[in-house]
Design a protein around this ligand. Sequence first.
Ligand SMILES: [Mg+2]
Length: 339
Amino acid sequence: MKVSELGEFPLIDILAGMVEESRNDSMPAWQNLIVGIGDDCAAWRVEPDHVQIGKIDALFENIHFKLDTATWRELGWKVLAINMSDIAAAGGMPRYALVNLALPPDTEVENIKDLYRGMLELAGKFGVAIAGGNISRAGEVSIVLSLTGVAREGRLLSRSVARPGHQIAVTGSLGGSAGGLRLLSQNLDLDIAARDSLRTAFMTPFPRVAESLLLVESGVRCCIDISDGLVQDMGHICEQSGVRGRIHVDRVPRHPAITANFPMDSVLMALSGGEDYELLFTASPETMAKVNRALTCPVTVIGEIVEGAGVELLDSRGRVFTLPQTGWDHFKAGRRTTK
Ligand SMILES: [Mg+2]
């Protein structure tokens, strides 16, 4: 059945029913929700001793995804994951999501249910409540999601507190998402394990929410998530902190499937591919030792903060490494050239 045959309000009823079924009253978001889907506004109680944080991000058809390569379930997961990653980058715990869908009238109802299945699957892992939304007609699919979170005051992570003497570290490995994009857009014939892991990295990244809380507890205060690419996101930290970031290129952990399948490009993909949704953070060596004990995911020190400005890349012999591209820019055609 098409959404135009079902109509807006029955569709909302179906989605509200799915959300209600996913309800988990053991989680703070559900306990504090006063009004959920169905009224003019959602309402929830503010948690004492916490500050509220919020984020909005979107996936647009033919800009961020194509319906012949992405599944609806993946899109639902991803739109929530990319918002959660920003909440994690701020050191917060995700709580409430508001979803705005714009759909062509001939969209299948079952596809929208799949979208919600993907979203609810990830929401359930962190107790996020889908508290409301809006549906309208459009020529192409757009999925906009805003997400609130809470953090303890004085413990927010930010981009502006990197200091000379800090080490620079990253969780997980990089470049997998760029590999996934290449896999899907060029329809490459890789072995099944590589296809699966690259597709997962690109379409259903797992946000580092749990790791972020451990970073906060370990004493980390400077963090960003890698959405635009390592070098570009490091640039944001350097600019806002007024420091220089020195990255040793050979220490940057590359996703194993890109090292195996794109050996010539894997360094570039890890440095500037973007959308990896790993956490990039800086801290003193003492704090970094605590981080290494606290986190179970890989944490790799890739460089250090020094006096100065900008990002400096060094190869294994300590020579300056020049990068042809730094990362994603929404308003320029494709990738941006280094200054
Ligand atoms: Mg971010």
